[in-house]
Write a protein that binds this ligand. Sequence first.
Ligand code: 0CH
Ligand code: SF4
Length: 314
Amino acid sequence: MTVKPALHVLLAGPRGFCAGVDRAIKIVEESLRRFGAPVYVRHEIVHNKFVVQSLEAQGAIFVEELDEVPADAPVVFSAHGVPKSVPAEARRRNMVYLDATCPLVSKVHREAERHAAAGRHILLIGHAGHPEVVGTMGQLEPGTVTLVETVAEAETVRPPEGPLAFTTQTTLSVDDTAEIVATLARRFPHLVGPAKEDICYATTNRQAAVKAIAARSGMVVVVGAPNSSNSVRLREVAERAGCPRAIMVQRGRELDPALADGVATLGITAGASAPDVLVQEVLERLRERFTLTVEEVVVAEESVVFKLPAALAK
Ligand code: 0CH
Ligand code: SF4
């Protein structure tokens, strides 16, 4: 019997599901129990195909727009949030709807509304076209918000004269965002906003955890999806923290274990929308080729839990 070479695995902690994702999935599952199938979901409930397919198997139907949902069927809005026009349209059509927007995204929506009510133009730091950015912009009147994506844009953006505020997407790079905020604060000394930014606890902790393992790892594997903002950031953070190779996979079978040949220590993390079963798949895949020793590196403990919406909590 050939002996498999040794591979030391560092598991980032925290990794994987956050409280907002956990709540969003429970909202779909509980809706299926209450209303029976089908329950429609506008947009992927979270950016993970395994999660989406598991819910589809239970009777959920995923669509991109509300007009694809029959008026007599219940619909859930995804964790990323929706423009105000979406619930407004659901009410107009007398639909039953459940909002799975993460409470930390809703908090940013309210913050943006407060700035607008105070007459401040808003600089929203985020990625163009991402559903959370579309949702946050959709809380505001057109012309009252300008998107800033990069430090270069922060250097050149020309908002209208007058009071100015900033808000951010919740799943951005902590380091990039600090630089963007510093640039804006230098150019616009009257800029108001949160103490740092609106990046959530889960994004912050997952980036800190992957940083802690990246410098010790010859390779890092991020379990997540290419359309998952927070997961994509984890791969970037690992690379910037000095790891020579950081890759992203959606499932264990996507990983070629031979990539880890010659690597002594391999780091693994998972985006906030990636279930733990997929991390286990990656470990199983590596065991096909290596004898693993697994060490968990925990940089923060998380105890955040969000309640279900009142309509489902009863
Ligand atoms: O990281 P993003 O926002 O692309 O979304 P995800 O991968 O579905 O993770 C959950 C976060 C949802 C809203 O913050
Ligand atoms: Fe909420 Fe943060 Fe999770 Fe997004 S990543 S769902 S903002 S806890």
